[in-house]
Design a protein around this ligand. Structure first.
Ligand SMILES: [Mg+2]
Length: 140
């Protein structure tokens, strides 16, 4: 049974950008396979450095924020107490907005529990905004 020689030396050579690999045919093929696998893995990495779990949590957040924005549009067009004419339960827009804002909060909580975001920073930003916005409101 033939043995396979896997020992190879790898170098950058004369600076021309070429990678030099010395060894048996099998060793060179093995180095090539490693390089191609590394290239394949590098192409699979997200350009933004996000993990699939972080992307999923951000997708949930933006989805829920979109749903909240949609209900805000309904409130602005038809009022808090209005409801969809085909809604047999006559759920007012106010309740729909409360539900969607709760969904947004749940997405934020998921991100803070996963250490994507810092809950303390969000709390302080909320407190600061609450103070600053007062002076710019047209109605009290
Ligand atoms: Mg929702």
């Amino acid at each position: 049974m033939p043995t396979i020689e896997y020992e190879a030396s790898v170098g950058v050579g004369d600076g021309s950008g070429n990678l030099l690999v010395h060894g048996s045919y099998d060793a060179v093929k093995r180095v090539q396979a490693i390089i191609l696998e590394n290239e394949r893995l590098r192409r699979m990495q997200a350009f933004n450095g996000l993990t699939p779990a972080e992307v999923e949590r951000l997708a949930l957040l933006v989805e829920e924020m979109g749903e909240a924005a949609q209900v805000i549009g309904k409130v602005l067009r038809h009022g808090f107490e209005s409801y969809h004419p085909e809604d047999a339960e006559r759920t007012p827009n106010r309740k729909l907005l409360e539900k969607e804002l709760g969904d947004v909060n749940a997405a934020v909580n998921l991100m803070t529990r996963s250490s994507d975001l810092d809950a303390g920073s969000i709390f302080h930003a909320c407190a600061d905004k609450s103070k600053r916005v007062e002076q710019y409101l047209h109605h009290n």
